[in-house]
Design a protein around this ligand. Structure first.
Ligand code: SAH
Ligand code: SF4
Ligand code: F3S
Length: 475
């Protein structure tokens, strides 16, 4: 169903129903169109931007053709991410020819990295706005409507947008992102994030709880707490009366309701504490899944990356997680071909995947980013074809573990939160177990809805999906 006039716009996409925009876009005289790239935090930022724009009289649209304002929320993490954005801008060019009054803004990390240079390089862009400057959007739009191009890429030590209620874009109405902090202080040498997102700062715990409570009250059943390094979350009031660590925050969110699932991402291995692990173990509704990016299995490379842990230290952390929560899923990120990486270092990474037995890893070949410590200190000296070959080997080893881990679930019964129709058929539901594995199962004669919990017995598996059938309705 695609109904632009109604209260909520639904779109059938690959068999899944999306309610992309919560608000009635007819209330608004003007329309904005936004595309987001990069990490979950960036997608969540787009929801903050949507909220700011709603207040300015702009309603969201799925169709670029009818937008007065077109926004690209960009990512700089690898060169390819920036190329994608350039390609999209090329496509926008033809739209702008037909609609010269249409304003185009670049938001996010690429805006922050390139600043005013983006206006020189991409003549059709009217506004460039960095991740901490979204409150200035209304002013920049007003100036752009008057024909003046504008840039605001000021980074802030305080901004957390804690008072802005995100407008959920493309939501399934069951799961939502909640940003708990911004920025990153870690300075991994390969990474552009500390430069594009600025210093780490934690959001007021009360506003996080209020947002999660509000989501639950509106029928959401899962929140994912977001930060580049969630385990270093720390919030204290000026009088230090209230001190909230990440473990405490997790507990507070978990206590909202046992029917509200809590997930979080990302955990830097150096910061995840026993406190966090014990809190996870204590609450059934804190999902047993940790994204624990290793990046490399070689201690020498980890040092060059400034990850601040060794191979052995990381392995101990994995063992500790398994000791406290044997059922906990662990996932990872891996980079191949970082500066000076030898075949021996690469072998250590392959061994690490075998040790971690990850359910899933996000795997990349190293992409040198301008301005990062690695770019300034080390030569990007691993040939492209070697990086790619190592990446293929890493992917192959990981794939084998994913297949094995999924196959091992056959015969087991899991509690599943129903999230949507399955991609293939509206006769099947799709949801996830606590470990984050996707499970697809027939709806049958049960009168169930998105947001309900069911027990599902797995009877088939591929390397990315489990298939099963309902054995009991939890409610
Ligand atoms: N804060 C998260 C990661 C954010 S970036 C963390 O610390 O784990 C997501 C992933 O992109 C990283 O984990 C890393 O594997 C990858 N990445 C970052 N910079 C990269 C680069 N220059 N080249 C290739 N991959 C990179
Ligand atoms: Fe980048 Fe490291 Fe910060 Fe993650 S922890 S965002 S990889 S600097
Ligand atoms: Fe990309 Fe910025 Fe996220 S660089 S990964 S959008 S923090």
């Amino acid at each position: 169903m695609l109904e632009l006039q109604g209260k909520v716009i639904h779109e059938e996409r690959q068999g899944e129903a999306y309610a992309p925009f919560e608000l009635d876009s007819n209330e608004y005289k003007k329309k904005f169109y936004i595309e987001s790239y990069g990490c979950s935090m960036n997608f969540n930022d787009s929801e903050i931007v949507a909220s700011i724009l709603n207040k300015e009289g702009f309603g969201a649209t799925k169709f670029m053709e009818e937008a007065n304002l077109v926004l690209l929320n960009t990512c700089s993490i690898r060169d390819k991410a920036e190329q994608t954005v350039r390609n999209r801008l090329n496509i926008f060019r033809s739209f702008k020819k037909e609609r010269p009054d249409m304003l185009i803004g670049v938001l996010g990390c690429m805006a922050e990295r390139l600043k005013g240079k983006l206006l020189e390089e991409e003549k059709l862009v009217d506004m460039v706005i960095g991740p901490d400057a979204y409150r200035s959007l209304p002013n920049l739009i007003a100036e752009a409507e008057g024909g003046q191009k504008g840039v605001n890429v000021l980074l802030s030590r305080e901004e957390t947008y804690s008072d802005i209620a995100p407008v959920r874009l493309d939501s399934n109405g069951v799961s939502a992102f909640v940003s708990i902090m911004r920025g990153c202080n870690n300075m991994c040498t390969f990474c552009v994030v500390p430069f594009t997102r600025g210093r780490e700062r934690s959001r007021d715990a009360k506003s996080i709880i209020a947002e999660a409570q509000d989501l639950f009250d509106r029928g959401y059943k899962e929140v994912t707490l977001l930060g580049q390094n969630v385990d270093s979350y720390y919030y204290t009031t000026h009088d230090s009366e209230e001190e909230v660590t990440f473990a405490k925050l997790l507990e507070m969110v978990a206590q909202i309701d046992p029917k509200l699932r809590v997930r979080f991402s990302t955990s830097h291995p150096k910061d995840i504490t026993d406190d966090v692990l014990f809190t996870m173990a204590k609450y059934h509704n804190i999902c047993k899944a940790i994204h624990l990016p290793v990046q490399s299995g070689s201690t020498r490379i980890l040092q060059l990356m400034n990850r601040t842990y060794t191979r052995e230290w990381y392995m101990k952390k994995v063992e500790r997680i398994r000791e406290i929560m044997p059922e906990c899923a662990i996932t990872s990120d891996i980079i191949t071909g970082f500066c000076t990486e030898t075949e021996e270092d690469h072998q250590y990474t392959l061994d690490m995947i075998n040790f971690g037995k990850y359910d899933l890893s996000y795997m990349y070949s190293y992409s040198e980013r301008p301005g990062t410590l690695a770019q300034r200190r080390y030569a990007d000296d691993v040939p492209e074809e070697v990086k790619k070959r190592r990446l293929t080997e890493v992917i192959d080893v990981q794939r084998a573990w994913s297949a094995k881990n999924y196959e091992q679930e056959i015969g087991k019964t899991f509690e599943v939160l129903i999230e949507a129709d399955s991609r293939r058929s509206d006769k099947d539901w799709s949801g996830r177990n606590t470990q984050g594995k996707v499970i697809v199962f027939p709806k049958g004669d049960y009168n169930l809805q998105k947001g309900d919990y069911v027990l599902v017995k797995v009877n088939k598996a591929t390397s990315g999906t489990l298939m099963g059938e309902i054995v009991e309705v939890v409610g």
